[in-house]
Design a protein around this ligand. Structure first.
Ligand code: ADP
Ligand code: MG
Length: 250
């Protein structure tokens, strides 16, 4: 599904990723952990094609083809989704409008019929009730004035509506209450399928326990310094990043 090789990324002249390598096979859920400033959000953003990052070396290959020359909207049409660590406020665009456009763009790209307003609302209501979201958020401008938790639930709603093939979730659990955290884990577990992959950036054992990742990568100083199974996450949580990162830093 996703193969990242020797990825070097800079932003405003500063080298942030310095040779990231990993492989995310179809059907798996991988977790990325790492200290603040390690480059986790940079990695997530550059997969989705967020502007402002320069790839200076290496490649990101998705379903056998390089993503580097594709604009973000093309990546999204091909099934890539990014849930932001800090969702962007878009005053003047109602949530319902944004979500319906996004869902229909992806449906069109998949060769599925587009939904009219009534069909979209029926679908959105069903997903929102599963996530415990208030329906009046649909009429409000996207993320504008939303609480931190509402913004994060909004990202989960997009995830569940768009059904991406490759979902990259950047700290989707930060600031969530317990009910929202359970709904998030439930959403991730529902999406698990042999043809879909998830890359989840998180620090917290609660989400790790609930989603049981296939593999955990520790990112530090712009490189993957250790990869392992669930036991690696347990070690990081028990011993801290310092200890785990020192063992393998060149
Ligand atoms: P993480 O998500 O792991 O906390 P980030 O990917 O957000 O880390 O950031 C990695 C590094 O890149 C940090 O040192 C951060 O200060 C730096 N960085 C992020 N955005 C910019 C920017 N616009 N200009 C310069 N440096 C940046
Ligand atoms: Mg981050």
């Amino acid at each position: 599904m996703l193969r990242i090789t020797n990825l070097h990324v800079e932003r405003e002249g500063k080298l942030i990723l310095r040779g990231v390598d990993f492989h995310l096979p179809a059907g798996q859920v991988h977790v990325v952990m790492g200290p603040n400033g390690a480059g986790k959000s940079t990695l997530a953003s550059v997969i989705a094609g967020w502007p402002g990052y320069g790839v200076t070396q290496g490649d990101i290959v998705y379903e056998g083809g390089s993503l580097l020359d594709l604009p973000p909207e093309q990546r999204a049409r091909q099934g890539i989704f990014l849930a932001f660590q800090h969702p962007v406020e878009v005053p003047g665009v109602a949530c319902a409008t944004f979500l319906k456009e996004a869902v229909n763009a992806v449906r069109q790209a998949r060769g599925e019929p587009v939904l009219d307003a009534a069909e979209f609302l029926t679908m959105a209501r069903e997903h929102m009730s599963r996530l415990g979201m208030s329906l009046d958020l649909l009429q409000r401008p996207l993320n504008d004035g939303f609480s931190g938790g509402e913004k994060k639930r909004g990202e989960m709603l997009q995830l569940s509506l768009l059904q991406p093939k490759l979902a990259v979730l950047d700290e989707p659990d930060s600031g969530l209450d317990i009910d929202a955290l359970n709904a998030l884990a439930d959403g991730i577990n529902r999406l698990r399928s042999p043809t879909r992959s998830l890359l989840v950036v998180t620090h917290y054992h609660r989400l790790l326990d609930l989603i049981q990742p296939d593999r955990v990568h520790v990112l530090a100083g712009g490189r993957v310094v250790q990869s392992g199974g669930g036991e690696l996450a347990q070690r990081v949580l028990a011993e801290g990043y310092c200890q785990v990162c020192q063992e393998n830093t060149p």
